[in-house]
Design a binder for this molecule. Structure first.
Ligand SMILES: *[C@@H]1O[C@H](CO)[C@@H](O)[C@H](O)[C@H]1NC(C)=O
Ligand SMILES: *[C@@H]1O[C@H](CO)[C@@H](O)[C@H](O)[C@H]1NC(C)=O
Ligand SMILES: *[C@@H]1O[C@H](CO)[C@@H](O)[C@H](O)[C@H]1NC(C)=O
Ligand SMILES: *[C@@H]1O[C@H](CO)[C@@H](O)[C@H](O)[C@H]1NC(C)=O
Length: 402
């Protein structure tokens, strides 16, 4: 950029900023973008994974009943997404990868516009990360960075390419590693604090290695990502547990992590300890890069949510961290005919303090909704409570609109 146009930019910038400075002392724009708990003291996340969208009505469905095949396409995925969002009315929609089935998409930008359209129309903030099918540079020529950049530029999204404040030696592997802070209720003592932290990580796609032996498998969460994750978690905990007053907290604000490909520890959940089903092997990297240990070491993480395995939808607790599958949402991706596609809802609730004010997070619960006429709710369970009671398998009665 020439210095003249740079100067021009500054001058234009000043004129844009002046009215805001005069009219109000706080930055409205950044406040609007901020995630907050809602008036009911809840923050509800809808997790949608593996939509595998391609070309709308021209895309055939996989694994549906023979009677459904004729009338089924990507449009069913879109229709269901719209209904899920309307029914749950979440505070945030998180897409955990394989959003677009890149190798089948005729026009990649159009596929992205169409697949996220229901979220954009709803005016609810949404965020996305990539899976192993969103990008296939060899076939489509579109690099991972470009796909993530396109998503970051879309309307109403909080997605980020990567954190922007990194030093040269802190640069992170992958595209779409970022965290989101969720502030307490406006007017409560926690209105300026992040009381819930969301971390989103890129798990990449395939790794091709021919030496010393042929190895083909999935990529994994790299040391540079884990360092950033630990640094970020530490900073957030320090802020939360110290100033600004009035309420320094004793424990950290809970953290939730979202990524596409499961870590090997999803294998450690036995069938008797899970809520939900395991109908396929855990397809994960052959290398264990230690991210489970890193989550434990961070100290604030209560649950990790993944996609990738379309016919697994279980949660199970390992060393106090809940490991949760979402199962496949889209009709173009594989599934089981007659076993409804589904999505997960995560509802985080605040404590009501003795003086009647809203406090820190009290509990994290989850349930799933099926793709059927009534969007049936299944498997409600408590994932975590601040009281520390072991309620991981207790069932609660969800209060929600049908
Ligand atoms: C897909 O949508 C069509 C048109 O609305 C409908 O007739 C069909 O039953 C749907 N299929 C599935 C599997 O939901
Ligand atoms: C897709 O969008 C990107 C970013 O706006 C643009 O650079 C690219 O040319 C578009 N590709 C096609 C095929 O339209
Ligand atoms: C939060 O920040 C705003 C703006 O700086 C301030 O007016 C308000 O008193 C703060 N609230 C609390 C609880 O600290
Ligand atoms: C998970 O299972 C593997 C294989 O049995 C074992 O080596 C590992 O220690 C287990 N991890 C945890 C956190 O329990």
């Amino acid at each position: 950029m020439s210095s003249v146009s740079f100067l021009g930019l500054i001058i234009v910038g000043i004129f844009i900023l002046i009215p805001n400075i005069i009219s109000t002392s706080c930055n409205i724009e950044s406040d609007e973008k901020k995630l907050r708990f809602n008036k009911n003291g809840e923050f509800k996340i809808l997790q949608i994974s593996d939509m595998h969208y391609a070309n709308g009505k021209d895309t055939p469905c996989s694994d549906v009943l023979p009677s459904q095949l004729q009338t089924c396409s990507d449009l069913n995925t879109t229709d269901y997404l719209r209904r899920f969002i309307q029914t749950e009315n979440p505070d945030l929609v998180v897409f955990t990868g394989d959003n677009v089935h890149s190798t089948d998409a005729y026009n990649y930008n159009r596929s992205m516009d169409e697949v996220f359209a229901p979220a954009i129309e709803s005016n609810i903030p949404w965020t996305a990360i990539l899976g192993n099918h969103d990008v296939n540079v060899l076939q489509t020529g579109i690099p991972r960075q470009a796909v993530m950049e396109y998503i970051v530029g879309m309307k109403n999204t909080l997605s980020l390419l990567n954190p922007s404040n990194l030093e040269e030696d802190e640069l992170i592997w992958g595209w779409g590693n970022y965290n989101l802070e969720v502030a307490g209720i406006k007017g409560s003592p926690f209105e300026n604090k992040s009381v819930l932290n969301l971390y989103l990580l890129d798990t990449g796609d395939y790794t091709y290695s021919f030496t010393p032996t042929f190895y083909l498998g999935y990529e994994w969460i790299q040391p540079s990502q884990q360092s950033w994750f630990l640094r970020t978690s530490k900073q957030l905990q320090e802020t939360y547990m110290s100033a600004p007053q009035p309420q320094p907290q004793q424990g950290p604000a809970p953290g939730l992590v979202f990524f596409h490909i499961p870590i090997p520890e999803f294998n450690n959940i036995s069938k008797s300890d899970m809520v939900g089903v395991k109908q396929e092997n855990v397809i994960c990297p052959g290398v264990n890069s230690g991210f489970f240990d890193t989550m434990l070491a961070a100290g604030d993480i209560k649950a990790a949510f993944v996609g990738h395995g379309h016919t697994n939808d279980y949660c199970g607790k390992l060393c106090d961290i809940q490991l949760c599958y979402d199962a496949g949402f889209g009709y173009h991706g594989y599934g089981i005919a007659g076993w409804p596609r589904r999505a997960r809802v995560i509802n985080v609730k605040l404590d009501k303090t003795q003086d009647g004010n809203w406090g820190p997070v009290n509990s994290i619960v989850t349930w799933k909704r099926l793709h059927d006429d009534r969007l049936t709710i299944i498997d409600p369970e408590v994932l975590w409570t601040s009281a520390g009671r072991d309620q991981s398998k207790s069932v609660f009665k969800p209060i929600m609109s049908e």
